[in-house]
Every structure is written in structure tokens, then in C-alpha cells.
Design a protein around this ligand. Structure first.
Ligand code: ADP
Length: 346
């Protein structure tokens, strides 16, 4: 697909890939406590119960698996859980602040890497592993005993001198995040006591996020503009915040920083984001399928070859929202563009 990624709004789930400035921007806007975390109501209710119960037992919260498309707030929620567990917890008369460590599946390539992360933890710490479905089999297997019994066996030495050493670990909580629950091996999945799926947000919740972010960034935005932006943000907080950032920049240059609906409209037009929040890349993906296959199904590998994208990029970044709005269907024989999408594209 000859597509220029003009819109960085889609972003990546891998924080390691993010430029510093973007990362800083996101961190400024991350809710710290559950009460600030907008939307995901049933998840929050269940999580609050689990947090309260764990605190009452004076134990770390069970391991948590979060799954859902990129940008819906998995990393943020992991940090929130760590903060909630830390709040009002006193140990040896001191206010405790459990550590929150962030790692990513592809970043932990060998069991030794995992061992050094795990042994650096303390009781009650939270370890967040993003893209946990990308851990190697060996590392994943090492994780089993760590999660279940708080021990790991590591091999030391080489050749005939090799021996296995058992290390005991602190009682930590693992929070794993994945865009695809199906990609996780069953034995790993079964070791999470709490499994939550993050849903796309409603437009009113996205609007709340935009309003909250505008407050934090000290922006002037009209209610109408916030409503308009929330309808173009693909029901995703990360995209909402990034659109806000792009519109802010445009407003600073063209309207003394004031974001009204006309300014928002103009900047989205420049970004070529349509009224459903689709960008050039989305539309191009749909058109490619229509041009080559019409309404017949196309397999993911063929599609990736046609567009020049990785199959996983299509699966993680494009498909979920296109399926959510009924533009794309996944059938046993491949992906099919719906009549609705055809109508939208004209
Ligand atoms: P993920 O880990 O699922 O890719 P993140 O947790 O990094 O997503 O969230 C992306 C951004 O969206 C964060 O910077 C955060 O400010 C914002 N965000 C996510 N979820 C919420 C929420 N429920 N309420 C407010 N802001 C949110």
C-alpha cells in the first residue's frame, strides 16, 4: 500500500518504539488512580473488588492479564493497579511505594534476562510485561514457576559443569498485556488469576478523556470541538490524545491556541482523517481489498503482501477498529470488506 503514515495518532503498542517526546506527552496524561481512569466501568468494578480483597488479606493482587487493541489503556491501567496497591499500605511503620517495573516481551530474550528482572523485585512490586505473547517459549516456561510458586530454576555453567540453581523470588504481581489473547499459550494464560478484556470506549467517554487532557494541558477548547474530536478518535484514548495534540499545534499557529470546531475541522482535514476517524492507511487497505478481491475473502498473508504491511500490523492496528465499525469481517476463508465500507468509500 503506497501509504505515507502521516498520522502518528495510531501509535504503537510498544512504548519502546515511541519517540521520547511522544512518550513524555503520554505520560503527562496518564491517569494515576482508578478514580481518574475513565470508562471501562465493569472492569474497574471487578478490579476494585480484587484490589480491596488483596489489601484486606495483606497480600499482593493476583497476576493480571489485560488484552485489547493498542492504545486502550493497558499500560496505564497496570500503573494504576500498582498505585492503588501502594496507597495506604503500611509496612514496618513506613509508607510503602511498590515499584512498578515495565518490560516488553521482545525485550526479555533469554531466561537469564527474566531472572535478573525478577530477582530485582521486592515483595509487593508490580512487573508489567507488554506484548507478553511475544516472549520466547523458553522465557515463558521460566515464568510459570515464578508466577505460581515464586521460584525460578536457572542453569549455571557450561558443558559437564552445568547445574540448575533454584532461586526464590519476592511475592510480586505480574501484569501482562497483549493485543491478542488468542496468541497466548494456554499454560501461561491459565496462570493469570484475573483476566480482563479492554473494550473500545464510548464517544462520551472519549470526550471526557479529551476534556480531561485539555484541562491538564491548559488548552481552550469548545464543547462542540471536543464532541467533534471524540467522534474521530476511533474510540481509542491514545488516538484521542494525539489528535488533540495535532489540533492544538494547528490552533496555536492559526487561532491563538483556541480550539473551536472550525479549527478542529480544518486540522483533521489536513490530516485526511474522515468523519469516522479513518485515515489514508485505513481507506487504502479497504480499497486494496476491493480493487483486487471485490467482496470476496482475502487471506491475511495475501493481504499483507498486497499492502506491503506486516500481517501482525494489519491484525493489531487496522483490523480491530474496522471490524468494530462493521467495515471488515473475518471469515474462515479470509477478510471481507462489507457493503457498509463500500458505501463509506463511495
Ligand atoms: P496501551 O498500553 O493499551 O497501548 P496506554 O495505557 O499506553 O495504552 O494508553 C495510551 C494513552 O491513552 C495514555 O497516555 C493515557 O493518557 C490515555 N488513556 C488510556 N486509557 C485511559 C483512560 N481510561 N482514561 C484516561 N486516559 C486514558
Amino acid at each position: 500500500m503506497a501509504v505515507e503514515r502521516i498520522v502518528d495518532a495510531r501509535g504503537s503498542s510498544d512504548d519502546g518504539d515511541m519517540p521520547d517526546e511522544q512518550q513524555k506527552f503520554e505520560n503527562t496524561l496518564r491517569p494515576q488512580r482508578l478514580s481518574e481512569y475513565i470508562g471501562q466501568e465493569s472492569l474497574k468494578t471487578s478490579l476494585q473488588l480484587a484490589i480491596d480483597a488483596a489489601k484486606q488479606r495483606n497480600e499482593p493482587i493476583d497476576h493480571v492479564l489485560l488484552f485489547g487493541p493498542p492504545g486502550l489503556g493497558k499500560t496505564t491501567l497496570a500503573g494504576v493497579i500498582a498505585n492503588e496497591m501502594a496507597a495506604n499500605t503500611k509496612k514496618k511503620g513506613e509508607e510503602q511505594k511498590p515499584n512498578f517495573k515495565v518490560a516488553s516481551g521482545p525485550g526479555i530474550s533469554r531466561p537469564g534476562d527474566l531472572a535478573s528482572v525478577l530477582t530485582s523485585l521486592q515483595d509487593g512490586d508490580v512487573l508489567f510485561i507488554d506484548e507478553i505473547h511475544r516472549l520466547s517459549r523458553q522465557v515463558e516456561e521460566t515464568l510459570y514457576s515464578a508466577m505460581e510458586d515464586y521460584v525460578i530454576d536457572i542453569m549455571i555453567g557450561k558443558g559437564p559443569a552445568v547445574r540448575s540453581v533454584r532461586l526464590s523470588l519476592p511475592r510480586f504481581t505480574l501484569i501482562g498485556a497483549t493485543t491478542r489473547a488468542g496468541a497466548l499459550a494456554n499454560p501461561l494464560r491459565d496462570r493469570f488469576g484475573l483476566v480482563y478484556r479492554l473494550e473500545y470506549y464510548s464517544e462520551p467517554h472519549i470526550k471526557e478523556i479529551i476534556t480531561r487532557s485539555s484541562r491538564i494541558l491548559d488548552l481552550t477548547i469548545t464543547d462542540e470541538a471536543a464532541t467533534m474530536l471524540s467522534s474521530r478518535a476511533r474510540l481509542t484514548p491514545r488516538i484521542a490524545n494525539r489528535l488533540l495534540k495535532r489540533v492544538r499545534d494547528y490552533a496555536e499557529l492559526n487561532n491563538n491556541g483556541k480550539i473551536d470546531v472550525a479549527i478542529a475541522e480544518q486540522s483533521l482535514e489536513l490530516l485526511q482523517i474522515d468523519r469516522l476517524g479513518l485515515d489514508i492507511a485505513d481507506r487504502s487497505l479497504l480499497r486494496t481489498i476491493l480493487d483486487h478481491y471485490g467482496e470476496r475473502p482475502v487471506g491475511i498473508k495475501t493481504l499483507a503482501a498486497l499492502t506491503g504491511d506486516e500481517a501482525s500490523t494489519i491484525e493489531d492496528y487496522y483490523e480491530p477498529y474496522l471490524m468494530q465499525i462493521g467495515f471488515l469481517e473475518r471469515t474462515p476463508r479470509g477478510r471481507v470488506v462489507t457493503g457498509r465500507a463500500k458505501k463509506h468509500l463511495g
